[in-house]
Design a protein around this ligand. Sequence first.
Ligand code: MF3
Ligand code: CO
Length: 248
Amino acid sequence: MILLKSPREIEKMRSASGIVAEILAVLRESVRPGVTTFELDEIAEREAARRKARPAFKGYSGYPYSLCCSPNSQVVHGMPTRKELVEGDIVSLDFGVVYHGFYGDAAITVPVGTVSEQARRLIRVTEESLDLAIAAAVPGGRLSDISHAVQKHVEANGYSVVRDFVGHGIGKRLHESPQVPNFGEPGCGVRLRPGLVLAIEPMINEKGCQVKVLDDGWTAVTCDGGLSAHCEHTVAITDNGPDILSRL
Ligand code: MF3
Ligand code: CO
């Protein structure tokens, strides 16, 4: 069942998603060689508390942290550690909050100091694929138009789309219907309508699309050791087109 949100509810979701955007901006500025992902998790917690928002991931299916930090060949759901990030790494930071009963969810991939041209290009193509996906989130379209927009751009640039994880509807729950894959033929799936709010989140690999989950039960990594990037926005479909709720 797909729950459409009223304009009032969308404004509440903008508050939650705006807090996520602010905190990701703080985290982006905090990423540098020598910082640990554990410290980034502490910053995220502190910034959420200051805004009276509850971190959405902590305790979700037993996930023990507030932030997901996935460096280099980690795809998503990487757990914060005491290991320092080093110059040349890239790290995806995925964060969500609940605020006044509604969820917001967003992710960015950030370079640590100066990174290779290769890594920069992967991040850029991943961000572009999210922009194209959002541009396809218009009333009258179909869900898989969003999916296809990601796949087309990513594969045209020689990268691959992760299949094992998908975006999702979002609202009073972190994960609502429908699922939002990052691949597929256009013109399929549910009709896009005003009031539909989606967390669109391309996960893009430099090499093959195969991923596996480590023994910790969370950390997803590329099977071939290639780099992976991830970015995400919470987006409302409105009469005026896509409205990016998790934008600053
Ligand atoms: N953005 C991710 C998602 O939508 C983060 C979830 S991490 C979890 O699933 F711990 F909450 F599962
Ligand atoms: Co999400």
